[in-house]
Design a protein around this ligand. Sequence first.
Ligand SMILES: [Zn+2]
Length: 292
Amino acid sequence: MYELVKVSEKCYYIESPSKVGIYKQNENDVYLIDSGSDKNSAKKTLKICNENGFNIKGIINTHAHADHIGGNAYIKQKTGCDIFCSSIDRPFLEFPIINPLHIYGGYIPKEMEHKFFLAEKSVTKDISSPHFPKELKTFDISGHSLGMIAIVTDDNIAFVGDIVSSEDIIKKYGITYLLDIKKHLESLDFVYNMHADKFIMSHVMTVDDIKPLININRDKIFEICDLILSLLKEPLTFEVLLKKLFYHYELKMSIKQHSLVGSTVRSYLSYLKNEGKIDAIIDDNMIYWKTI
Ligand SMILES: [Zn+2]
């Protein structure tokens, strides 16, 4: 953990629970791609950069989830570097409380005031800013979050954030966090057709060919859709549906899991309703979901 791995002439990453990518712009200057999960990992990132003579000019966040922006504040404080993200993610970085509120769908109980959901605030610049490094291209790969971007370097390395989960994580958790299912499926197709020499993901081993991983992730989404459709042959309230999904995937209920998996299941319900496959029936002041 926390060792520097070289992947190309100009690119590296720091192996850690939430990888930090490094793009070397010239002999001394580097841009970080994401900043790790917290202050502790930021300290380790800074140490590695110092040991290798890397001057951190900026951080580019693939998206606004706390485990990707958690090191921003500390690294900014120590280096004064710029912090870039997509325009729609800027409010999430500037006012991080929005992140758990939007996952929870209301004001949060104390259990959600956790570094997994809530990072320190960052002052940001837009990726369209003239200060953004010209050697890097960005692409919209939203769906897992509102504003996730892929960053492709001029030596053809693609940093693709949380576009996919590993097979192990999918097996362990069954339902991994997604916001907009339709857009995420489109982003999976987009990345499937990208031509890069290597794909660097935050929580998955680096690969030359991302297609097999995308297929596994796409199949899982279709499996979850089919499971929800089969459960909704009888009308179910959201809570009962969620309970059945927790039993099916052997998940352990808690306020955090109810919020995270619940948010994703609400997104699946919206997707299936918008696709005309299910409907919401109101009876006795309760909403029941049912296949059409
Ligand atoms: Zn994420």
